[in-house]
Design a protein around this ligand. Structure first.
Ligand SMILES: Cc1ncc(COP(=O)(O)O)c(C=O)c1O
Length: 381
């Protein structure tokens, strides 16, 4: 018998689309959020050297001291904030970090407030620990950026955590510092903990990024190496937690995860110490791809009404096309050989949209645009 909690877990549609796309020939993948870059060479070399040196046993659950210090130094360098390495917990990817954060904060019946649209997996983390999800709808007219009054209305006596994500998946929206500061204050008024997923930090175009740690120490930061350093399969991430949560999160990590892979942690130090110019060049490449797709989406008449400023996703509004977004995603996959994700994956507010990822090289994106052009020319509106 499957537990009620497990039965409630919804599939991750982007992964379902990937499965179907892999059955077909000659598909261009705009459905998955997997960078097409490699990690810096020094990262690979460090991992190999570390394996050869025999660093293949367990480490402390909270991570190797050198990596925790390198993570703290990253916050001083990038944002000018002082983080005690004692508050850093290294995890095998940011996803297990979110599981630890939810397990440490949420009791059965507690409420976690999150945005709609949101990263597809968030509600399932909340439900897995017995929490309840309360969503705050974001509006395309605001560029899907959070507005504080909507959060004031959503938060109540049972709210335990406020789960935010900037730069955001799937919208590409980037939260400004004032809004983040106001949401931190609102959470404090409700004795709720802000949990901020900063996994796309480093990938913002035209706007400044702010970590929640600029405004409070009483927040959980979730981050990792998957996106910024193109290290998805290496499974390495981290949490920064408030001092009063360190012990609980460490005990949960000891029990649920044991530790992140030893030699991968050494590679993480090398990643954090890699020259910033490389990331600057990658960011510029993403920006060019974004501009290319923003223009194409507008020419298709599927403009979402705002320009995404971060991550590597954008939404196309397909409400004026025949059928629903699932039908349009099917049409693009089966007729154009272009895989995209139906917005329903990311909440009701995204149901009329498709999410396109531009973590794919520009030639493939150009080809995808030509193919979609051809298919849309056959569609009656
Ligand atoms: C917003 C967001 N958070 C977390 C993750 C998970 O990343 P990781 O590979 O660090 O587990 C993803 C992956 O796509 C994501 O989009």
């Amino acid at each position: 018998m499957v537990s009620e909690r497990a039965a409630d877990v919804t599939p991750f549609l982007a992964m379902d689309v990937l499965e179907r796309a892999n059955e077909l020939d000659d598909v261009i993948h705009l459905e998955v959020g997997e960078p097409d870059f490699s990690p810096p060479d020094r990262v690979v070399e460090t991992a190999v050297e570390s394996v050869r040196a025999g660093n293949t046993n367990y480490t402390a659950a909270r991570g190797k001291p050198a990596l925790r210090r390198a993570i703290a130094a990253h916050y001083a360098r990038e944002y000018g904030v002082d983080v005690d390495p004692g508050r850093v917990v290294v995890t095998p990817g940011s996803s297990p970090g979110l599981l630890l954060a939810m397990a440490a904060l949420v009791d059965p019946g507690d409420e976690v407030v999150l945005t709609d649209p949101h990263y597809a997996c968030y509600p399932n983390f909340v439900r897995t620990v017995g929490g309840r999800v309360e969503t705050v709808p974001l509006r395309p007219a605001d560029g899907f950026r959070p507005r504080v009054p909507a959060f004031e209305r959503a938060m109540g006596a049972d709210t335990r955590a406020l789960l935010l994500n900037s730069p955001a998946n799937p919208t590409g929206a980037v939260m400004d510092g004032d809004t983040l500061a106001d949401l931190v204050a609102l959470a404090a008024d409700h004795d709720a903990t802000p949990v901020v997923d900063e996994v796309y930090h480093g990938l913002s175009y035209d706007v400044a990024e702010h970590t929640v740690l600029e405004y409070t120490d009483d927040a959980v930061v979730l981050n990792g190496f998957s996106k910024r350093f193109a290290m998805t399969g290496w499974r390495l991430g981290w949490l920064i937690v408030p001092p009063d949560l360190v012990d609980a999160v460490n005990r949960l990590a000891q029990n649920l995860l044991i530790c992140a892979p030893n030699f991968v942690q050494d590679a993480g130090v090398a990643a954090l110490e890699s020259p910033p110019e490389r990331l600057d060049a990658i960011r510029e490449t993403y920006r060019e791809r974004r501009d290319l797709l923003v223009e194409a989406i507008s020419e298709w008449g599927l403009d979402p009404g705002y320009t995404p400023q971060g991550a590597y996703y954008l939404l196309a509004d397909v409400s004026d096309l025949p059928g629903d977004a699932f039908d349009v995603a099917d049409l693009f996959l089966e007729e154009a050989g272009v895989a995209v994700t139906p917005g329903a994956d990311f909440g009701e507010q995204a149901a009329d949209y498709l999410r396109l990822s531009y973590a794919t090289d520009a030639d493939a994106i150009h080809e995808a645009v030509d193919r979609i052009d051809a298919v849309l020319a056959t569609v009656e509106r």
